[in-house]
Design a protein around this ligand. Sequence first.
Ligand code: 13P
Length: 333
Amino acid sequence: MNNNVYNDLLIHGFIQEKVDEDVDIVKEILKLKEEKNAIILAHYYEIAEIQDIADFIGDSLELSKQAAETNADIIVFCGVHFMAETAKILSPQKKVLLPDLKAGCSLADSCPEQEFEKFIAQYPEHIVISYINTTAGIKALTDIICTSSNAAKIINSLPEEQKIIFAPDKNLGDYLNSITGRKMVVWNGACHVHERFSLEKIVALKNENPDAKILAHPECEKPVLIMADYIGSTSALLKYSVNDKAEKYIVATESGILHQMKRKSPEKSFIPAPPDDSTCGCNECNFMKLNTLEKVYLCMKYELPEIIIEEDMRKRAEKSILKMMEISNKPGL
Ligand code: 13P
């Protein structure tokens, strides 16, 4: 059954979208996991209930390593589409499920394939480094993939005179230019979550909490990064919050990460950096939050929606991810 058939069945009510109230969803998920030899991978931005049942929670790099190494037959990827797609590229023989197929990524969407192909054609002699937050089509046009945890290492592994195109995140690209001293040509894309932090509100929070340190993801805009005491991937921010001596942090990334921060350091306090347009004060990715426990249960029960990639595209996309793994795993770079 392909995903369109699944959608039709959902629309016509042949597959339940709602789970009966008397079903113990967590118990059923754990049972299905055993029966089907499935593994549940979750990004830090997922809702707390999903993080609590996951076999592994991680940032983009750690999750793709898990996806490549697991012995499970089914990978239930609780994240957004490009993450599940990356898992499928690395583990084509496995069934990869995404609880909600509509869980997209604004950053991946900001880099359409045809336009990117024209863009890179303008810069011959450039190596293309793309962030993992891209479609398989963009990965196929890329020489080396990177994530926020290994991007600087990957750039630094190339000779200084090597010309580079970096896509799609302009904030991350500009930040990487500043810390590596390169002059990469940067695609003009951005993540809707990291772009909408309010500098004014962060400054106000810092004034109210002068002892709080500011932690920021490198996808944030430059003024937020300038204010930050520490910049890193979601895993790096989490690690920093555990090992650092401060007692209070203002966290400028998707607020799902606060669940693990609070869990690992219950004695510390964590304040989500607010976006411009919110009254609740936290900055959530609406795509990440589309995955729910109910949808995890249903996708495991029906083994749908499944990520399918055409083999030629998969092979071309895989090369750039494997190149990333090779450089990323090299000690001492
Ligand atoms: P990391 O998982 O590398 O921290 O990146 C998170 C992300 O996708 C931000 O949009």
